[in-house]
Design a protein around this ligand. Structure first.
Ligand code: HEM
Length: 357
């Protein structure tokens, strides 16, 4: 008969806290909190990796059935709830004062969160680009066993970024007979900017102002749009590192978000929202960690040998994975300007009509 304690390995769990200060004969009361907080973070990282790994498994296929997208969304939302919880969990650590931390910090040298293998796996699994890392030699601080763990769980594996890009590229409905979404969208964008220019000139004329600066701003924005639709200019952006995701995936994301109220696009749009949310929750984790670190050690260097605050703050700003999707909000146009879908495409995006046909 299965027992609670055996099933959950409670005995092992409860024997896994060994304060270093006690071993030095100077037990620091807060070290228990320090250990348990880290351990719970690591347990939740494990759950996050479990969810994200399964999401990649579902998306990384030549064809993803619509019915699987509900599962993807559900797991992404759970992942985001965990990440929100983890960002909040730093307040637990903050019940320890800087002085209390100093009572045992020296015993931990040179151990550091820098050596968290699961965190490195999470970064790589999300699809963080090596060239975006603040410290390119981050793997050098990992002991051999942790290094092997990271490589084993990431090398040759599809990343979340890769899986999302692949799924987006399969987006049907963007072309149908004569219809090509991006041509219509491009025309709508051109009309919109033309109207903006007309309005700007009219307002400037009425106020007796020079419209040149405002017009230049509009031209710049329009030029940004043009680069999204033009294959060779898009490649140029990719070559400069300004865009990473493929052009097809970008257009699919714009399509999904533009027509998100169509029944068949509800789930894909919510999945994209959740991906953008996950990326910002990882940044939130980094931000909460660094603000907590600054309270604990100020501007001191970390036990892992980094500059501490400056390094961690730089990772928060730079090490994002889904900027390409987040920044697409600059390329969405007001609903009033959105081109109408051809009837056949609109019908295909309705569940009811799908069933009737
Ligand atoms: C008093 C509490 C803490 C302090 C003072 C602290 C300090 C630091 C510092 C200074 C670094 C930079 C690397 C270094 O030079 O050591 C770091 C990295 C890290 N810490 Fe913490 N930390 C604390 C708590 C935590 C907790 C609770 C976690 C949860 C697992 C954590 C996870 C990490 C991770 C994953 C990194 C690597 C981040 C990266 O390279 O982007 N830390 N920590």
């Amino acid at each position: 008969m299965i027992r609670y304690g055996d099933y959950l390995k409670i005995d092992q769990l409860l024997r896994a806290q060994e304060p270093e200060s006690a071993k030095h004969g100077a037990e620091a009361h807060e070290e228990m909190l320090f250990i348990i907080t880290h351990q719970t973070f690591e347990l939740w990282f494990k759950q996050v990796l479990h969810e994200v790994g399964s999401i990649i498994g579902i998306l990384d296929k030549p064809y993803v059935p619509e019915s699987d997208m509900g599962v993807v969304l559900h797991r992404l939302r759970r992942t985001n709830v965990i990440m929100e919880h983890l960002a909040k969990q730093f307040t637990l650590m903050e019940t320890m004062t800087a002085g209390q931390f100093m009572e045992f910090r020296a015993y931990l040298n040179p151990a550091s969160g820098f050596q968290s293998a699961q965190f490195r796996v999470l970064e790589r699994t999300m699809g963080l680009q090596e060239q975006r890392r603040v410290l390119r030699n981050y793997m050098d601080s990992l002991p051999p066993q942790e290094r092997a763990f990271v490589d084993e769980h990431t090398q040759g594996h599809t990343t979340l970024f890769g899986a999302v890009e692949r799924w987006l590229q399969q987006m049907p409905f963007m072309e149908y007979g004569e219809y090509a979404f991006w041509q219509q969208y491009r025309n709508a964008v051109a009309d919109m900017f033309e109207r903006d220019r007309r309005d700007t000139r009219a307002v400037a004329e009425a106020d007796g102002n020079d419209p040149a600066a405002a017009l230049e701003q509009i031209n710049k924005l329009e030029d940004g749009f043009d680069a999204m639709f033009d294959a060779s200019r898009y490649e140029g952006l990719q070559a400069q590192g300004l865009r990473r995701i493929s052009q097809r995936a970008t257009l699919a994301a714009i399509f999904i978000w533009t027509y998100r109220h169509q029944p068949l696009l509800h789930t894909p749009a919510a999945v994209l929202d959740a991906i953008v949310e996950l990326d910002s929750l990882v940044s939130l984790w980094r931000f909460r960690h660094v603000t907590m670190v600054s309270k604990m050690i100020g501007m001191r260097v970390g036990t892992g040998g980094s500059s501490g605050f400056d390094y961690l703050m730089a990772t928060t700003m730079r090490q994002r994975v889904f900027d390409d999707l987040t920044s697409l909000s600059s390329f969405l146009i007001p609903q009033a300007n959105v081109p109408q879908l051809p009837t056949e495409v609109a019908q295909r995006l309705q569940f009811v009509n799908e069933l009737r046909s």
